[in-house]
Design a protein around this ligand. Structure first.
Ligand code: 3MF
Ligand code: MG
Ligand code: MG
Ligand code: MG
Length: 388
């Protein structure tokens, strides 16, 4: 059955199923749902967990007593419904103080406030069980690059990330960090625009082993790039700490559509990669949907949206298994062997240099061999359409 169960590790954010349908051109089209009711609803549709920004749970500016009451009630809802909190994050974009960024703001008062807000949010996330802490900069970028040297901004961002890693260690938190890239929106240009940029930035941190990435389908697609390639690069380096699944039409603003509702083929290839049906390591973390229901939907439509994300993932996983078990597929993608060439590849040696330079290959014949990828892609399409 394609009905989701907690074992599937599907998670949603309070801000996703709780999205009231606001957009830049109009107000909400559905009422705000209380976080405890969201937890109940998620349990009903078979989800595993719920994630949140600090401000999603505890309204910005709440008193310490209010915060404690909200956290207590939320904990109870989690326990009552068997929902866990695998990930938490900070809202460093909503308040006017963050209009020019948080960790990259030119104003030291803003950077200090951003650090303090993040540490408090980490405390709350850990208190509720979070093991992964996501950083989406939000407004870490510019509308005009005349305002500061991007190199200075990167230095400040590194300083803040290093500070927060030390804080987590100092507190004894069992927490990994996952950096989420986005190319633009809400700023004209955002620093560290892609998962690839993030992967390199991580290597410059003081504790690179603590930090990985949280790639989002929509964000990489906005750049016109292959999401599958970005995720694969992260996986190959053991850096896929979390993932934001959704749907996105290429070249648009961040749409956060229901998973699989756009570019079903990319979604298929992504699920195939995450599930490891073609071999290679399987992703074992939560499958998080950073998406929301169309603005046309009421409460029932929101849960329909949530079910749709999860069912599509499961159906695609099943299709991916069938595709990779298809003998015709296996024949086309089979690893090629060549005793001479295989012996000359791999690690460097002076011996191999000699061998490679002396190698005589029928270059012309190899150049005209057909690879069968038209057939392969058609088989993929037919599996996807349920015709095989
Ligand atoms: C914005 C996003 C964010 C992040 C979130 C979690 C509001 O485009 O994708 O969602 O995913 O801040 O880090
Ligand atoms: Mg997004
Ligand atoms: Mg998005
Ligand atoms: Mg996201």
């Amino acid at each position: 059955s394609f009905d989701p169960t907690p074992a599937d590790l599907f998670t949603f954010g309070l801000w996703t199923v709780g999205n009231p349908g606001r957009d830049p051109f109009g107000g909400p089209t559905r009422p705000v749902i209380d976080p405890c009711d969201i937890v109940e609803g998620l349990a009903k549709v078979g989800a595993y967990g719920v994630n949140f920004h600090d401000d999603d749970l505890v309204r910005f500016g709440s008193s310490a007593a209010e915060r404690d009451r909200i956290v207590r009630d939320f904990k109870k809802a989690l326990d009552d419904h068997g929902i866990v909190v695998p990930m938490a994050t900070t809202n460093l974009f909503g308040q006017p103080i963050f209009k020019d960024g948080a960790f990259s703001s030119s104003d030291p008062r803003v950077r200090a406030f951003a650090l303090a807000k993040t540490m408090r949010a980490m405390d709350m996330g850990v208190e509720l069980g979070a093991k992964t802490y996501v950083f989406w900069g939000g407004r870490e970028g510019t509308d005009t690059d005349a305002c500061r040297d991007p190199r200075t901004a990167l230095g400040w961002m590194r300083e803040c990330m290093d500070f927060l890693c030390e804080y987590a260690v100092d507190q004894g938190y069992d927490l990994k960090f996952a950096l989420e890239a986005k190319p633009n929106e809400p700023r004209g240009d955002i620093y560290l625009a892609t998962t690839g940029h993030m992967l390199h930035f991580i290597t410059t941190l003081a504790r690179p082993e603590m930090v990985g990435v949280n790639p989002e389908v929509a964000h990489e697609t906005m750049s016109g790039l292959s999401f599958v390639h970005g995720v694969a690069q992260a996986m190959e380096q053991g850096k896929l700490f979390h993932i934001d699944l959704n749907g996105q039409k290429i070249g648009r603003y961040d749409q956060d559509l229901r998973f699989g509702s756009e570019d079903l083929k990319q979604a298929f290839l992504l699920v195939r990669l995450l599930e490891g049906t073609a071999g290679g390591e399987r992703y074992t973390g939560p499958r998080h949907f950073d998406a929301h229901a169309y603005r046309t939907e009421d409460r029932a439509g929101v849960w329909e949206f949530a079910r749709g994300c999860m069912r599509t993932y499961k159906i695609l996983a099943e299709r991916a298994r069938a595709f990779d078990a298809d003998p015709e597929v296996q024949a086309i993608v089979k690893e090629r062997k060549d005793a001479t060439c295989d012996s000359l590849l791999g690690g460097y040696s002076a011996e191999k240099v000699k061998g490679l330079k002396a190698l005589e290959l029928d270059v012309e014949a190899i150049g005209v061999e057909g690879l069968g990828y038209e057939r392969l892609d058609q088989i993929l399409t037919e599996h996807l359409m349920g015709a095989r």
